[in-house]
Design a protein. Structure first.
Length: 385
């Protein structure tokens, strides 16, 4: 009866990806180059919006940093985001010397509470970073309408949201100032490490493009002569080193082709869990509302009131049954840095705190077999019996 341990996640990398990476390695050009440019074009085509600028970067964290930098966020400014996220969402605000205002979540969706955003706005507030938690969209029409009314910028953390739809429209095309996707190893597609910054704002894109690579500009010279030598560049700002390599982009371009199939598989696995776990003392994750698509990056259950054990015991028993799981996330208000910098207490975030204490992310990844999904179902049922 000893079956191999089922990890929480595993990347789904096929022969096409391996061939494409091999080709990039053999090409003689391994850093940012033609493959990265084609990957950006393919990503724009996937989003289906010719007005979008797509900038490949070496992480979503880098993309969020670049977007906020290009929007001019700096010391004295405040940026509002959810406490129920990964630290990357918020740390980029601190990179720029601005301050983070964390707010609570809606317990139905685990997404940022839109009313709480409005209540947290002060004269210093400059931007909002909604996070599409687990792949379920934030109520973006409400967030964008409020942001416009209050003169705030919106940068979507779409690390979980490829592809997520709201009212039929893909996240990335919803009209915020910028949207950032992650290609980290366990996300819905991967480049090992990587991300994509997406915006319709040409000035934002231009700034992010320069800052992505050391603050280096060739355009400055182009203004004066069309015949600049190819070796010439100018440094216009102390930029960053956030470019994606052609090796990673080769992997990304192949993963992107498989994204529709990846989504179908995730939807299939989520539907199986929704049906097979419905009668247990669990709060199951909500499906996307009509017209929406849930990307199912994460499948997060919460132990209900009548559950026979606490969250930690539940996870221990699942591990003992050979099932890896995780918790997304230890909310930011509990981490020493965020807690101490802003004097945060759990009482300020009752919904996130309560969800955290009862939540478990079950394995859901495209490389898992039906038999492995049934092992998860059987183990959860047995542990809660
Ligand atoms: C993974 C993740 C990030 C960071 O992505 P990287 O590509 O690893 O930088 C940011 N926000 C959220 C919500 C994430 O899950």
């Amino acid at each position: 009866m000893t079956q191999p341990f089922l990890p929480f996640a595993r990347p789904d990398i096929g022969e096409a990806e391996i061939a494409a990476v091999t080709q990039a390695l053999r090409s003689g050009w391994v850093t940012t180059g033609p493959v990265t440019q084609r990957f950006e074009q393919a990503f724009q085509a996937f989003l289906g919006d010719e007005a979008l600028h797509c900038l490949a970067v070496n992480s979503a964290t880098a993309g969020l940093h670049l977007a906020l930098e290009a929007l001019g966020i700096g010391p004295g400014d405040e940026v509002i985001t959810t406490t129920h996220t990964f630290t990357a969402t918020a740390e980029v605000v601190r990179y720029l010397g601005a301050d983070v205002k964390l707010v609570d979540i809606d317990p139905a969706t685990l997404n940022i509470d839109v009313a709480a955003i409005e209540a947290a706005i002060t004269p210093a507030t400059k931007a909002i970073i909604p996070v599409h938690y687990a792949g379920l969209a934030v109520d973006m029409p409400a967030v964008l309408a409020m942001a416009r009314r209050r003169g705030l910028k919106v940068v979507e953390d779409a690390a979980h949201a490829l592809p997520t739809r709201v009212g039929g429209e893909l996240v990335g095309t919803l009209g915020s100032d910028a949207t950032v996707f992650s290609f980290y190893a366990n996300k819905t597609m991967t480049t090992g490490e990587g991300g994509m910054l997406v915006t319709r704002d040409a000035a934002l894109a231009q700034r992010a493009k320069v800052m992505r690579l050391h603050g280096m500009s060739r355009d400055a010279f182009d203004r004066f002569t069309a015949t600049r030598p190819s070796w010439y560049y100018e440094i216009v700002a102390p930029g960053f080193k956030y470019n994606l390599t052609d090796i990673a982009a080769a992997l990304g371009a192949e993963q992107l082709k498989r994204l529709p199939a990846f989504l179908a598989r995730r939807q299939q696995l989520a539907a199986r869990y929704q049906a097979a776990l419905a009668d247990l003392p669990l709060i199951l994750p909500p499906d996307a509302p009509a017209g929406g698509t849930h990307a199912w990056h994460l499948y997060v259950v919460r132990l209900a009131e009548g559950a026979p054990m606490d969250r930690d015991t539940f996870i221990e028993r699942l591990y003992a049954a050979g099932i890896g799981c995780s918790v997304h996330y230890v909310p930011l208000h509990l981490h020493p840095y965020w807690r101490d910098r802003y004097g945060l207490t759990p009482a300020q975030f009752p919904q996130s705190q309560r969800a955290f204490e009862r939540m478990v992310s079950l394995p859901l990844f495209t490389a898992m077999s039906d038999a492995e999904a049934e092992r998860v179902v059987a183990a959860v049922r047995a542990v809660l019996a």
